[in-house]
Ligand binder design. Sequence first.
Ligand code: UT7
Length: 322
Amino acid sequence: MSKITAFGTYVPERIIDNHYFEKIIDTNDEWILSRTGVKTRRFSKEGEFTSDMSVKAVKDLQKNSGADISDIDFIIACTTSPDQPMPNVASRVQYKLGIQNTGCNDVYAACAGFVYGLQLAHGLVTAGINKKVLIIGAETLSKITDFEDRTSCILFGDAAGAALVEPSEEEHFIAFNSGTNGSFGQDLYLSHKKNSINGVEMRCNSKIVQNGKSIFKWAVGNIPIKIKELVEKAGLTLDDIDYIVPHSANLRIIEAIAKSLDYPLKKMPESITEFGNTSSASIPLAIAKSRKNGGIKSGDIILMMGFGGGLTFAGAIIKWSL
Ligand code: UT7
């Protein structure tokens, strides 16, 4: 049995409002706000990378909990924007935090990353393989954003979240689900090798390429079903769920999920309005914001649902323990 024993987040200092984009592309504040819900997002500094922000989220976790991090024995860094393809971000974090004896692996599942990380951490701990697992969801998306593509660049931001999972006398992880629809692979990708991969023409510019409309439709059509399936799997009903925390992809997607489930929007914490779409960091940010505002508290049953590039999704129902 396991539970989350510590939690922290970090956002870079530089605040970017919607007017910033009016100077570089043909857009305006009203369009961005009404189509995405984003008011501001944060961009990392030039020399600030995903592992740097991960370390700061871990420092916040330590400040919040007083946790000892020296005996962490596995680090899972979930990211789509690593400092570099090799070494992995987890190994950079291990080095920067001086953690001596720990396994290090990255999860590469885009916006579903953090929830996949929690699933793996729970598995490692309950199987008795590890005792203290650090999960990080961190992104420097501004470094892989195509600022010439007006349909995508207005969406993304940089941030990091971190959690510790450890053995517990009571099970706090209640149910999981996950899956992928790989046929949408060409609707959200980043490519830096060739203009054609697996016979599919690609834009090979090392930047995020997305067919926003297609992903929007997929998310609104599928995520409510995946949430319902997960609730059923747990033997619960939606009334038992105190908060649903979906990936903050776009405020309109969150509103559509609420409507489709007939679930109160006010019980769906989000991070999109203040921080933009931060991929694997968006769920931790939404939880932190909700807790700061008197929302999620110890004992609450929360359902997290990450979804994105793949197109992957990963869900978890947990009893919040902090
Ligand atoms: O994190 C997981 C992965 N990503 C997502 O989940 C993203 C999901 N998709 C979305 O959030 C939305 O599809 C976007 C925000 C990316 C785009 O919003 P949309 O409502 O789907 O807009 P659209 O692409 O259908 O474009 C509508 C119109 C078009 O003009 P016409 O053809 O109707 O004349 C676009 O050219 O809006 C135009 N447009 C813009 N106008 C002003 C597109 N981008 C902009 C812009 N400013 N930045």
